[in-house]
Design a protein around this ligand. Structure first.
Ligand code: UDP
Ligand code: MG
Length: 323
């Protein structure tokens, strides 16, 4: 069997508490695969330090010196999880045949990695890690996630339910993904658009090993909203329907008022007038904000700012030395 080079990309933001355990577990998986001759010995772990304020980068640097298979990227500041994944792929694609992205907190079962690699050799370009249980998530998170996937499906966005950013991509699938030049990244929506043969590997999602979630409710809501507005203009269609319904209602009201007038009834309409003003005002404000959301997207896209800035990285050097 022709051995392929694997790079495991791990975004890290203030993860000093979990990092030693993460390096240990992922290191074990990687060295095991190398020993079993499943992957090339040049395969690496690539930690992307997303502007952490704690000692995360110091730890990554230390591990880089200690273990040949550990490499790192240091961002100049915090650019967010999605950009960290992208930066990892952008570098890794130059040297590896397959890439796996996984969170640093060990919530995703690392034992799914060998299974993903198997699937890669079976000829799949995309292997999604799918959670078969959400027992460790709160009731609230489970409900909102379900509602989100349902909504996205209704909007015509093709997502793989219960899969996040734990997945394997082949080199050519990664190249396909990197050809998407948008600034507003929603990778889990973009990957299915790349195409190629894909499959799923199931795993049980665990509790965070240590540390706190970096995705508080507000950030999660923002991420969900970003996902919707980056992939669908259905909300704008909704405004049209809302407008048509209001116009229909107002025509009915108009006819009613004219008939009443002809019959000589005095129309005493203070309450209905007030209600209409408030209702229409509200609908208009909502409509403007929905349109504004899209204009904001266009604004941030046309500026074409860099998606991240790398302060330093040790991946390219190590890979070059070995080839
Ligand atoms: N992360 C990141 N940059 C950020 C926020 C998070 O690189 O601005 C990383 C974080 O270190 C972790 C992964 O993204 O490896 C997922 O974050 P987290 O586990 O906090 O999210 P949750 O699992 O709670 O949704
Ligand atoms: Mg997590």
């Amino acid at each position: 069997m022709n051995k392929s080079v694997l790079t495991i990309i791990v975004p890290c933001y203030n993860e000093e508490e979990v990092l030693p355990e993460t390096v240990k577990e992922l290191g074990n998986i990687l060295t095991n695969l190398i020993e079993k001759d499943k992957i090339d010995s040049k395969s690496k772990l690539l930690f992307v330090n997303d502007g952490s304020k704690d000692r995360t980068w110091n730890l990554i640097s230390d591990y880089t010196k200690k273990y040949n298979y550990v490499t790192g990227i240091k961002f100049s500041r915090n650019y967010g999880h999605q950009n960290a994944l992208l930066a990892g792929m952008n570098l890794a694609v130059n040297f590896s045949d397959m890439m796996i992205t996984i969170d640093a907190d060990l919530q995703d079962d690392v034992n799914a990695i060998p299974k993903m690699v198997e699937k890669y050799y079976e000829g799949y370009d995309v292997v999604y890690g799918v959670r078969n249980s959400r027992k460790t998530d709160t009731f609230f998170k489970r409900r909102t996630a379900l509602a989100f996937y349902g909504l996205m499906k209704k909007l015509g966005v093709n997502l793989v339910p219960d899969s996040a950013d734990y997945r394997l991509l082949s080199k050519r699938a990664t190249e396909g993904l990197l050809a998407f030049k948008e600034r507003n990244l929603f990778l889990r929506g973009m990957v299915p658009l790349v195409g190629y043969r894909s499959t799923k590997v199931y795993y049980a999602r665990k509790e965070r090993f240590a540390g706190k979630s970096k995705y508080p409710l507000s950030k999660m809501l923002h991420f969900a909203l970003d996902g919707i507005t980056s992939f669908s203009i259905a909300p704008i269609h909704l405004i049209l329907y809302l407008g048509l319904i209001t116009v229909a209602i107002s025509i009915i009201c108009m006819i009613y008022v004219i008939i009443e007038k002809c019959l000589g009834h005095v129309v005493s309409g203070w309450s209905s007038l007030m209600i209409s003003i408030w209702l229409l005002g509200g609908i208009q404000l909502i409509s403007i904000s929905v349109i504004g959301e899209y204009i904001g997207k266009i604004f941030s896209e046309v500026k074409h700012r860099p998606r991240y800035t790398i302060e330093t990285e040790t991946y390219t050097n190590k890979m070059n030395k070995q080839s």
